[in-house]
Design a protein around this ligand. Structure first.
Ligand SMILES: [Zn+2]
Length: 423
């Protein structure tokens, strides 16, 4: 630990408060709405030009070959790198530049980045342009500290996190730009609150079940086979035969809110009848499709999760002769957990203690974020989310981030980077 360098870094960040506010506002003014992926290129160029002025080597990566990378909506990522001492670790700060659509209920212009009562309002202020700005200011201030023991700092602005990140972090990991061979630590400043370190997320399995029946006149249902009745049997068996067991399972991961520590199953969508035709049909339902959302725990192997659903289907098959049912995967994301002994978790926790004077809380996210791509494709296990803003107000109307929290998060990141570089 080098208290002088740390104190200087914290002071420089505090002095850069106005600059941090203006950088956040500049980023929010780019309406990088996803879908469809608006204004990615100007936003990436803006970041790249700023970082280049600060001495970073800047590269742009288009998601060439991916269907969503189009002329109208190019997927442009930016990665900046500054090497100070190559014998020390490389720390990568990553923020997604896309924001979710505006939606209704706003009382302020979502892209004006209005400053009021110590907050900045706008789409993406919390999730996560405020966090990205705080990371940039943290890095820039650290680089201004005389003789600070810094290794290599990388900063990336990536696309499409809100829709899965395949043209963003996943693409950069696939082409070998984000890899454990060159990166030791990754901080993703998602809005998890300034005193919490997020060490991963639960798994997600979306699957479709489709039952097929036999059409007949609705006045004589005994002549047909109802696909909807068959789906009803499946739903009943899931509710009675599986859900009680899922609810008993609690993960050891500190998922917030606490109710999300249990394994869950949700029916996201259901449709049935003469699928593809008018809703009202005078017939016995020919087809029924349901999309299920199973959130599974790090303690649940995916094979067991799948086998449980197979067993439910088997039980219904035995009870319902002639059941015609297919199952298909829609999405699979494995759970992620940063190793408990990770120096990254320790450095951020002690920086939270130093800067905020209170103990850090370790949390995990109920949903997923780009952590999965860094770890599963890039092989980087020292990855966490840490950043300013409140998860619950992300994606909402009148989204905001607190200016004090922006500054505190930047100070925590600067102190943590210093400790990781020194160690
Ligand atoms: Zn986010």
């Amino acid at each position: 630990m080098i208290p002088n360098a740390r104190d200087t870094a914290l002071r420089l960040v505090a002095e850069a408060r106005d600059e941090l506010v203006e950088l956040t506002r500049d980023l929010v003014r780019f309406p990088t709405v996803n879908p469809p992926g608006e204004a990615y290129e100007p936003c990436a160029r803006f970041l790249g030009e700023r970082l280049a002025r600060g001495g970073f080597a800047v590269e742009y990566f288009e998601a060439t070959g991916r269907a969503e990378h189009t002329r109208a909506h190019p997927r442009v990522n930016v990665v900046a790198r500054r090497v100070v001492d190559p014998s020390r670790p490389t720390i990568h700060l990553n923020g997604h530049i896309d924001v979710v659509p505006v939606g209704t209920g706003w009382t302020l212009d979502p892209f004006a980045a209005t400053v009021r009562d110590g907050r900045i309002y706008g789409r993406g202020t919390a999730d996560m342009k405020g966090g990205l700005a705080a990371a940039i200011i943290a890095a820039e201030c650290l680089l201004r500290v005389p003789n600070a023991p810094i290794g290599t700092i990388e900063i990336s602005g990536t696309v499409d996190e809100e829709t899965g990140g395949l043209a963003g972090v996943a693409h950069l990991a696939e082409i070998g730009r984000l890899t454990s061979r060159s990166i030791h630590h990754v901080i993703i400043p998602e809005p998890l609150q300034v005193d919490r370190v997020c060490i991963g997320h639960r798994g997600v399995w979306w699957f479709d079940l489709v039952t097929t029946g036999r059409i007949a006149h609705g006045s004589m249902p005994f002549l047909g086979v109802s696909a909807i009745e068959h789906m009803g049997e499946i739903l009943h068996e899931l509710r009675e035969g599986l859900l009680p067991e899922l609810t008993r399972r609690v993960t050891a991961m500190p998922v917030v809110p606490e109710a999300s520590r249990r394994a869950t199953l949700n029916v996201n969508t259901i449709e049935g009848g003469q699928v593809g035709e008018a809703v009202q049909s005078p017939c016995v339902a020919h087809e029924c499709r349901a999309i299920f959302d199973r959130r599974f725990l790090v303690e649940e192997p995916i094979e067991a999760v799948r086998a449980e659903i197979d067993a439910v289907i088997e039980r219904v098959r035995r009870r319902v002769p002639g059941l015609d049912l297919t199952i298909a995967d829609r999405l699979l994301v494995h759970p992620m957990e940063t190793p408990r002994g990770s120096p990254l978790v320790a450095a951020l926790s002690s920086a939270i203690g130093d800067v905020l004077g209170r103990e850090a809380t370790l949390v995990a996210s109920p949903g997923t974020y780009d952590h999965k791509h860094f770890t599963r494709i890039g092989g980087i296990t020292n990855c966490v989310a840490y950043g300013p803003g409140v998860l619950e107000i992300s994606h909402q109307p009148d989204e905001w981030v607190g200016i004090d929290e922006l500054v505190q998060a930047a100070q925590v990141m600067a102190a943590a980077m210093l400790e990781l570089s020194h160690g």
